[in-house]
Design a protein around this ligand. Sequence first.
Ligand code: MG
Length: 167
Amino acid sequence: MRQLSSLSRLRIGIGFDAHNLKKGRRFVLGGVTIRFSHGLAGHSDGDVLLHAVTDALLGAAALPDIGTLFPDTDPRFKNADSAALLSQVCAVVRKRGWRPAGLDCVVVCDRPALAPHALAIRSKLGRLLSLKPEYVGFKAKTTEGTNLAIPGRSVAALATVLLRKAT
Ligand code: MG
């Protein structure tokens, strides 16, 4: 019984997103700006990873998704900072009594190479969710010739978030 009641204080959420690459835009991933010839297209700054993380948080709290809360038809969110949007969502989730307990994510991307930026991205994700680095997983995968993301044309991201009920 005790195990069941402690499990009821946990929620898991999943998020997915994909964006096309566009020449001349700033490349922002996980809230970290990376020098590259292309950036991620989108109404906001196009941060595909933060969008997936935001949707995972919203999903875990059973709230409407990112597109419902921040529609891409709303001029207020033009070139919006996705880290600021995620912070807003974190505040809403916390207000409902939930605290992030863990995050894991995967980015599918051939270029730019993400390995040199993995630590900076993990640190930024940890700061945004108020999580210690050991509670944040980040993996960069290449397409390996598949169509999971189109090599040189798009980037995809998946994220899972675990929430725990605050005492
Ligand atoms: Mg998006």
